[in-house]
Design a protein around this ligand. Structure first.
Ligand code: A3P
Length: 277
């Protein structure tokens, strides 16, 4: 059973970040696993070549606020890692990140995904993940998403909160799932520039290849097939990996209502998604 952050809140808030930690922050279903996979390969495929085949991605990249996807809590697992850097993932909104990450001036990679695809992906994830509340029918789920009544809060607040944080914290690289789909190699290059990595063209091309949807889907160390709370017969973790799947889910009426509300909620931010409305 997965226990969420309420069980572990004090420990999370007192978590001691190290200056070279890299925090991967996302709203759930925005591409966390994909970017974690790429960063893990960028940092460790040369120095620890067995790591990718011997250790699940969940253990390589601890989940800060989850108490047990494996045996230990995300914070305990992170504490036990002696790699430099440590890659740590979180779905917390910017204002709830443990303060040591800011004090240590850690680098943060934030991934955002357009709201409609994000909602669809989350719906299917909640259907197959028994550790999550029952999603109910799509229409009521979409309404909850619009109302921000989700485990990690409002998508709108999350993506805009991190966008604003970027202005006061220069070490945030804000990237988009849609850009990753459009040109993964270009986004890997941007990650390397942000992180000061000097991987060769050949290494980056190999990482791009390994991180393609079909390859990651086959990788049992990354596709969550070892996680007991997920029922892949209902929906696989690596489901479609596409931009625009929302068109197969939203009715015309749902879409109109969503767009109207979206305009209102997003009118005061400079954050723009290329592909949504
Ligand atoms: P879909 O449900 O739309 O397929 P997270 O890791 O944040 O939980 O996000 C999961 C989403 O990212 C899923 O979206 C999953 O298929 C997609 N994804 C994961 N790896 C991917 C890859 N290599 N290429 C494209 N999409 C990927």
């Amino acid at each position: 059973m997965v226990h969420y952050f309420t069980d572990n809140w004090e420990k999370i808030q007192n978590f001691k970040a190290r200056p070279d930690d890299i925090l991967i922050a996302t709203y759930p279903k925005a591409g966390t696993t994909w970017v974690s996979y790429i960063l893990d390969l960028l940092y460790f495929s040369k120095t620890q070549p067995d790591r990718q085949t011997s250790t699940s991605l969940n253990d390589r990249v601890p989940f800060l606020e989850i108490t047990s996807l494996n045996q230990s809590s995300g914070t305990d697992l992170a504490d036990s890692l002696d790699t430099s850097p440590r890659l740590i993932k979180t779905h917390l909104p910017a204002q709830l990140i443990p303060k040591s990450f800011w004090e240590q001036e850690c680098r943060v990679v934030y991934v955002a995904r357009n709201a409609k695809d994000n909602a669809v992906s989350y719906f299917h994830f909640d259907r197959m993940n028994y550790g999550h509340p029952e999603p109910g029918d799509w229409n009521s789920y979409l309404q909850r998403f619009i109302d921000g009544k989700m485990v990690f809060g409002s998508w709108y607040d999350h993506v805009t909160g991190w966008w604003e944080k970027k202005h006061s914290h220069p070490k945030i690289h804000y990237m988009f799932f849609e850009d990753m789909v459009e040109d993964t190699g270009r986004e890997i290059n941007k990650l390397c520039s942000f992180l000061g990595l000097t991987s060769t063209t050949k290494e980056k091309e190999q990482i791009r290849h390994l991180s393609q949807f079909d390859n990651m889907k086959k990788d049992d160390m990354a596709n969550y097939s070892t996680v007991e709370v997920m029922d892949f017969k209902i929906s696989p973790f690596m489901r479609k990996g596409k931009v625009g799947d929302w068109k197969n889910h939203f009715t015309v009426a749902q879409n109109e209502k969503f767009d109207e509300d979206y305009e209102k909620k997003m009118k005061n931010t400079t954050l723009q998604f290329r592909t949504v409305l």
